[in-house]
Design a protein around this ligand. Structure first.
Ligand code: RB5
Length: 146
């Protein structure tokens, strides 16, 4: 499994912590930036990671900004992306079980490092339940054309 990861300046430090977790757990990833702490614009990085997931270059994506909100808004404008703004382990789990979320959006200014790692771990280790939830995902695509 390959993970695409990206952040703006407000998510940069948490991105580095998550990359350490990936390295320690032999998880393959590609970092789409930002590569520095200076102020930058989150849509650029959300777009890059979303394209990587939508094109199949990566299996799943993780996006981090201050709140996770801007990253999530941008990601969900890309066809094929189901971005979930997650703030605890329960929403991490449900976003995979029920929504088959393929991008995890986190708030770097909202979470402790330990909480964020628990969220990432749970998210990566939970699978889509299918069934009635599959019907609902198909309905999203039918109604929105996305
Ligand atoms: C940057 O200050 C902040 O607005 C951004 O990281 C994000 O939280 C936007 O949704």
């Amino acid at each position: 499994m390959k993970i695409a990861i990206g952040s703006d300046h407000a998510g940069y430090l948490l991105k580095e912590v998550i990359k350490k977790y990936f390295s320690e757990n032999d998880i393959t990833y590609k970092d789409y930036g930002t590569f520095k702490i200076e102020s930058c614009d989150y849509p650029e990085f959300s777009y890059k990671v979303s394209q990587a997931v939508a094109s199949g270059e990566a299996d799943l994506g993780i996006l981090i900004c201050g709140t996770g909100i801007g990253m999530c808004i941008t990601a969900n404008k890309i066809k094929g992306i189901r971005g979930a703004l997650v703030y605890n382990e329960e929403t991490a789990k449900l976003s995979r079980l029920h929504n088959d979320a393929n991008i995890l959006c986190l708030g770097g200014r909202m979470l402790e490092e330990k909480e964020a790692i628990q969220i990432v771990h749970t998210w990566l280790n939970t699978s889509f339940e299918g069934g009635r939830h599959e019907t609902r995902l198909k309905l999203i695509n039918k109604l929105t054309g996305l």
